[in-house]
Write a protein that binds this ligand. Structure first.
Ligand SMILES: [Zn+2]
Length: 248
């Protein structure tokens, strides 16, 4: 059995047998793991509050060959987010994020970019005074982008023409982007503001994004949400189980 030490974020937990818990964690060095916390449901558990959802922890676990479940040796809190759990909108967004990360991240496959993106989004939810759903939009766009499922709205997929606010992308039914000349058949034309918003996700961290677009028009927000939702449903082949009001 090999001992692995890594930073991790707890996505969710569920009960196992009488006294144990399983924590689904996104780890920096080992990707998504399902980890058994022995005795975590006992009154005097050595894990304390470390396994509360969305706590950033320093996790040590034993990996066993050919076993999907790993067993936790220790879990220490690096940063807790208890106050987020008390906010209705933020906690709904977190539950939804946890579900999607669990669905999109392949088990035991490290993805530094995904880990950094998820932790930055949780931090942004904690710090931002703007609506939580803007962080959610950012998260969805990046989750899809890191999975290679988000269209590049900055250029035409056919002729390679650069697309700007003045010449926005047309998305076909397959969600590929085209310039106006190359677009044939039914297509959705992105609003200039939507185009600007999507391009901004590429270079802004989530907190800056949430601040910059706090006054995003409802029209553009709906367009972004419809686009991400369509791609997520297509990738999962079903609707996410955790549906928050802000995912429409
Ligand atoms: Zn073109």
């Amino acid at each position: 059995m090999a001992l692995v030490n890594t930073d991790a974020i707890v996505l969710r937990t569920y009960n196992l047998a009488e006294a144990d818990r399983i924590a689904v964690c996104l780890t920096r060095s080992a990707g998504l793991v399902r980890a058994v916390a022995k005795g975590a449901r006992q009154m005097k558990s050595r894990f304390g509050a470390a396994l509360e959802p969305f706590t950033l922890i320093r996790l040590a676990f034993y990996e066993r060959e050919n076993r999907e479940l790993v067993s936790i040796s220790s879990a220490e809190i690096v940063r807790s987010h208890f106050n987020l759990a008390a906010q209705v909108e933020a906690s709904e967004v977190l539950a939804y994020m946890g579900e999607l990360v669990g669905d999109f991240a392949p088990p035991h496959e490290a993805n530094e970019k995904l880990f950094r993106m998820v932790t930055a989004c949780v931090e942004a939810l904690e710090t931002s005074t703007g609506p939580a759903r803007l962080v959610l939009r950012y998260f969805e766009v990046w989750l899809l982008r890191l999975a290679g499922l988000f269209p590049d709205v900055r250029s035409c997929g056919d002729c390679g023409a650069r697309l700007s606010e003045a010449d926005t992308a047309y998305l076909d039914v397959e969600v590929n982007s085209h310039c106006q000349k190359c677009s044939h058949g039914p297509a959705t034309r992105l609003l200039p503001e939507t185009q600007r918003t999507l391009i901004a996700t590429q270079h802004l961290p989530p907190l800056d994004f949430a601040i910059k677009f706090k006054d995003l028009s409802e029209e553009s927000e709906v367009q972004v949400a419809e686009l991400t939702h369509r791609l997520i449903v297509r990738a999962l082949d079903r609707r996410p189980r955790t549906l928050v009001a802000s995912t429409r």
